[in-house]
Structures are given as C-alpha cells and as structure tokens.
Design a protein around this ligand. Structure first.
Ligand SMILES: [Zn+2]
Length: 226
C-alpha cells in the first residue's frame, strides 16, 4: 500500500485512510502469476486458510465476488450480481446438488457432440464405478466437465475435460465430494477413502491439469466447509 506515512503505524484507522487516499493493489509479478487459473485458486485457498479463522469463508467468498469458487460449475454470465438467485442456489445445494445442476445445465452452452462422444467411447459405463444404467430401454450416462465452464474456472468444452459418469458419481464429482488423485484413484474429499481406480479408455485422454484443478477446488471445499 503506497501513500501511507510511516507514523500512521501498522494499522492506520479509517479516518487516516480517507485523508491519505492510499493506492493499494498487487505487484506486477503477483498480477502476472495470478493470470494462471490454478495459481489463482491456490492463492484463494492460501488466503482463506491463513487469515480467516472463525469466519464463514463461503459467505466471505460470496461477498468479495468469488462465489464461483464454491461450486464445480462456477458462475455463468447472468449469475453474477444476482445475490438473491445465488442465495436460492445455495439453499438448493444444501438440499441436494441435483436441483442445482438442473438449474445451471440449461444455461450452459455445451458441445452436444463431444458429450455424446465421451459416453459412446466408454459404452455409457461410469468411469468411477462401472455402472451402465438402463433407462427407458437404453443405456444412460452423463458427461461431466472436470474443470467447470463457468466463472472463475472457465474450463474448455472439449473431450480431455470430460468424464463419463453415472448420475450418482456426476453429482458427487460436481458437488466436490469426490476427486481423482494423482495416482488415478478416486477418493472422497472428506475423509479421503478410496472409491476405486478411474477407468480409462485408449481413445479418451483426460487432461491431468484439469484433474489437478478439480482436486485443488476440492481442497478449497474442505476448508470452506469446516
Ligand atoms: Zn458411478
């Protein structure tokens, strides 16, 4: 913070700040680093875990315009600034993630062709549990984005950012309740128990960077919920 005088002490009062009108912000180096979405997420985690003991961190993120970090989808255009809507969404999340997904999925611009592609590659078998659900006499599965498409995640709508999941594991993955660890084992965010190895297919390469992003988002979920 530039502009404050040395004799203002380490914690100048609001009156002093009003008079001096100091300029505060990030250094150029920090701003450059924070262009990287993963580093930005790690910075949010660092700040949350270092400075806000005893504070409702979810509410804090909401108040400073970072509510998107509380969900795997992120916020989509039109969500931002709509506090009432976000409040309602939070209530829906508390009641069950499925309702929230219904709300957001209709707003997402998705490439239906790649969603179909990932499901066909895996023969509609869930990459976590292998379930191949039959629904209306057809196999049913869901394409899940690893790094959400909304703000602040801004994940790409492409095959390496998708998983083929059953509805149960899609809800858990989107709800940041399960993640894929570096060893390829799917684990619970809270407690860390193994769910099993993520099933892979030769024709479907998942981008480790996206899995890393989702994993880090689960780290934030662990902090903001405790
Ligand atoms: Zn499953």
């Amino acid at each position: 913070m530039h502009g404050t005088e040395r004799d203002a002490g380490s914690a100048p009062g609001a009156g002093t700040l009003d008079t001096i009108q100091p300029v505060a912000g990030l250094t150029h180096t920090s701003a450059e680093l924070l262009r990287d979405p993963l580093i930005r997420l790690q910075a949010v985690i660092k700040v949350c875990s270092t400075y806000f003991d005893g504070v409702d961190r979810r509410e804090l993120l909401n108040r400073v315009g970072l509510a998107g970090y509380a969900t795997a989808d992120g916020l989509l255009d039109g969500d931002e600034g709509a506090d009432d809507q976000e409040g309602a969404a939070a209530t829906e999340r508390a009641a069950g993630p499925a309702a929230r997904r219904t709300r957001t999925s209709s707003q997402l611009v998705r490439d239906a062709a790649i969603a179909t592609r990932v499901k066909e590659l895996h023969g509609h078998a869930c990459q976590v549990c292998g379930t191949r659900l039959q629904y209306k006499r057809r196999p049913y599965s869901e394409a899940a984005h690893i790094r959400g498409l909304g703000n602040p995640h801004n994940g790409p709508d492409e095959l390496p950012n998708l998983l083929c999941l059953c509805p149960n594991h899609h809800v858990l993955f989107d709800g940041l309740e399960i993640f894929v660890d570096v060893d390829g084992i799917v684990k619970h965010t809270h407690g860390g128990e193994s769910v099993g190895r993520l099933r892979q297919h030769n024709g479907h390469h998942t981008d480790e960077a996206h899995l890393d992003y989702h994993r880090t988002l689960c780290d934030l979920n662990r902090i903001t919920r405790s």
